[in-house]
Write a protein that binds this ligand. Structure first.
Ligand SMILES: [Fe+2]
Ligand SMILES: [Fe+2]
Length: 131
């Protein structure tokens, strides 16, 4: 059930790049742990991911607000949807859902997070660099 280690693209903004690396580290440890770890540990790891994602999104949105990024509203909505997906996964962990299902849903969510880092955030890369 393993997935390849997820790598992160650089945005060129030290603080946000560190955040992204941290998120990817959380995803990689979940990918390693979900198949064999206890549900209790899975829930803890989802909680840790939610906390890291919430902190990152708040920081990123504040920076984007500060520079007047025009796509902020839809990017904010995208972040909110991601947090919702992480919460749904945590709930699946609470409910002790089948591990194969949990892992599959995790992969879908991880793709969504990576999509945010690689494509969503790249939309403001040049905008930030020009400030
Ligand atoms: Fe981001
Ligand atoms: Fe983002």
């Amino acid at each position: 059930m393993a997935i390849d280690r997820i790598a992160v693209d650089l945005l060129g903004h030290a603080e946000l790049d560190d955040d992204h690396q941290r998120l990817v580290d959380h995803l990689n440890s979940l990918a390693n742990e979900i198949p064999d770890a206890s549900y209790e540990l899975c829930v803890q790891l989802f909680d840790a991911l939610e906390q890291a994602a919430t902190e990152h999104f708040a920081r990123e949105e504040e920076i984007l607000e500060g520079v007047g990024f025009p796509g902020l509203q839809s990017h904010r909505a995208y972040h909110a949807e991601l947090i919702e997906r992480i919460r749904q996964l945590r709930n699946l962990g609470w409910e002790m859902a089948d591990k194969k299902l949990l892992f599959q849903r995790f992969v879908d969510m991880a793709n969504f997070v990576v999509e945010d880092i690689i494509h969503g955030d790249m939309e403001f890369k040049e905008f930030l660099a020009a400030r």
